[in-house]
Design a protein around this ligand. Structure first.
Ligand code: MG
Length: 157
């Protein structure tokens, strides 16, 4: 078995979609990035790549490459899982936390878990997504950005 950890941050701005965990969340502020800026899926992808010591998504899908402009991060996650499988590992479970002052995540958590589970070919019960505010502190508290942490376990196929 191997453990992986991922962390990501995206800036909150006007005029962008707020896509988190593959869910398009209604919000006056959205996430800025080269791809769809899905901060949660990026943290999960980096955790999976980290578990297999295969670098990170910035390395795999560089923002200097127009192929990934506006990319659907669920597709990027599927590619990461394909590479993890190719290396001989499968996803055992994932646990992730979103750090956001706004928008409210609770109504969307179940759909996020479903999306991640489908991309990772595991049961939804093996994917945990949580959300917390940071009590108004720091950049997430100031609504300047959203962060996400993820850990995962993989084992030999
Ligand atoms: Mg990112």
């Amino acid at each position: 078995m191997r453990i992986g950890h991922g962390y990501d941050v995206h800036k909150l701005v006007e005029g962008r979609k707020c896509i988190i965990g593959g869910v398009d969340i209604p919000s006056p502020l959205g996430l800025l990035g080269h791809s769809d800026a899905d901060v949660l899926l990026h943290a999960v992808s980096d955790a999976l790549l980290g578990s297999c010591a295969m670098g990170d998504i910035g390395h795999l899908f560089p923002d200097t490459d127009d192929r990934w402009k506006g990319a659907d991060s669920l597709e990027l996650l599927k590619e990461v899982v394909r590479r993890v499988n190719e290396k001989g590992y499968r996803v055992v479970n994932i646990d992730a936390t979103i750090l956001a002052q706004t928008p409210k995540m609770a109504p969307y958590i179940s759909e996020m878990r479903k999306n991640i589970a489908a991309a990772c070919n595991v049961n939804q019960d093996l994917v945990s997504v949580k959300a917390t505010t940071e009590e108004g502190l720091g950049f997430t508290g100031a609504k300047q950005g959203i962060a996400a942490h993820a850990v995962c376990l993989v084992d030999n196929i």
